[in-house]
Structure formats: structure tokens, C-alpha cells
Design a protein. Sequence first.
Length: 118
Amino acid sequence: MVDELGLLEKELAPYAGKIARIECLRRNLRAHVPGAPAGQPFELAGERFIALVGARGHQTVIDYANVAKLIGAEAYAKFATCTLKDLQANVAPGHVAYAIRTEQTGPRSLKVIERGQA
């Protein structure tokens, strides 16, 4: 796997900027018509190409308030989670500082180098 990854990265390195730009353009095009109905696909036209943007995919969504009502707040608190963004938006800054800590649990970086090139 390491050799395969290294070869692919080496082959695509000259195109890294273009690949990043493609991902950025795709993200922006998907977000271009935020008011479009979720179940309806739409088209975006350029001078040379047409982008076909599909209907939104289905996702299961949990109604957290209903879960808390069904099982009770104490049981819900045993497994409930929230994002840092939500915590900061809904809790006083002093309380947020009390409730968070930094741990080294993030993703690891990965760099592949060719043998004899280090």
C-alpha cells in the first residue's frame, strides 16, 4: 500500500493544484442554489459546459428533543454529544472554557517519500 500511494502521489503531484481547484469548484457549485428544493435536481450552465446537480441525498436525522423526552434527560446525558461550535453558540464563554480540554486525538499527518530522496 505504501508503494502504491507513493507512486500515485508522485504521478499526480503536478496536478495537485488543479485537483484542489476541482474540489473547490464542485463544493461551490453544489452550494450555488441553496434555495432549490431538496428533492429537485437542477442545472447550472456555463458557456461550454452544463453542470447537472442532483437532488440532495437522504440522511437519517435524529430529533434529540424527542429522544430526551422518550428516555429521560439522565439517560440521554450518558451518551449525548455536541459540537464545539454548538457549545460556543449556546453557552457562556466562561462555562465553555470549563467544559472543554485539548487532547491529542486528531488525525495523523502522512507524508510518503521515495527511498533515497529523504
